[in-house]
Design a protein around this ligand. Structure first.
Ligand SMILES: Cc1cc2nc3c(=O)[nH]c(=O)nc-3n(C[C@H](O)[C@H](O)[C@H](O)COP(=O)(O)O)c2cc1C
Length: 157
C-alpha cells in the first residue's frame, strides 16, 4: 500500500464525508490514506511530509475557510516563510462550495494559492465541487471523488 496524507477542512461535515469516501476508495487502488482533520496539527507535519498530499476544503461565511482551518491558514500566511518552504510537497486540492455565493470555493482557493506561493506543486488540477450542480449530498460526494479519480501514480513516480 502506498501512503498519502489526506486532510479535510469542514464546517458542516461534507468535506469530511468526501475525504472518508476517498480514503475508502483509495484502498482498492492500492493506496492507504493517512486521514486527519486539518486542525489535528499534531498528527501531521507538512514541512517534513514525503508522500503526496490531498486536501478537501469547504467554504463558509463570506468566502471564509472553515473554522477548523483557521489556524492552518494563519500559519501558512506567515510572511517570514521562504518561497521554497513547501517545495518538496506534491498536492491535489478539492474545494467545496456553492456558486450562488460571491466567493465561490474561496476557502480552498486561499489555501491553494498560498501552497503555490510556497513552492508546492500540484499533481492534479485543483477541483471546485459545486453544491449548485446537485443539491444532494451524494451527488456532491461523487463529484468530489470524480475530481481525483485516483490519479496518484504521478507523485509516486
Ligand atoms: C453559512 C454558509 C456559508 C457559505 N458560504 C459559502 C461561500 O462563501 N462560498 C462558497 O463557495 N460556498 C459557500 N457555502 C457552501 C458550502 O461551502 C458548501 O455547502 C460545502 O459543501 C459545505 O461543506 P462542509 O459541510 O464540509 O462545510 C456556504 C454554506 C453555508 C451553510
Amino acid at each position: 500500500m502506498r501512503r498519502f496524507l489526506l486532510l479535510y477542512a469542514t464546517q458542516r461535515g461534507q468535506a469530511k464525508a468526501i475525504a472518508e469516501e476517498i480514503s475508502e476508495q483509495a484502498v482498492s487502488h492500492g493506496f492507504s490514506a493517512d486521514l486527519h482533520c486539518i486542525s489535528e496539527s499534531e498528527k501531521y507535519d507538512l514541512k517534513t511530509e514525503t508522500g503526496p498530499l490531498v486536501m478537501v476544503v469547504s467554504t463558509t461565511g463570506t468566502g471564509d475557510p472553515p473554522d477548523t482551518a483557521r489556524k492552518f491558514v494563519k500559519e501558512i500566511h506567515n510572511k517570514t516563510l521562504p518561497t521554497d518552504y513547501f517545495a518538496h510537497l506534491q498536492y491535489g486540492l478539492l474545494g467545496l462550495g456553492d456558486s450562488e455565493y460571491t466567493y465561490f470555493c474561496n476557502g480552498g482557493k486561499v489555501i491553494d494559492k498560498r501552497l503555490q506561493e510556497l513552492g508546492a506543486q500540484r499533481f492534479y488540477d485543483t477541483g471546485h465541487a459545486d453544491d449548485c450542480v446537485g443539491r444532494k449530498t451524494k451527488h456532491l460526494c461523487l463529484q468530489g471523488i470524480q475530481v481525483f479519480k485516483f490519479q496518484f501514480q504521478k507523485p509516486f513516480g
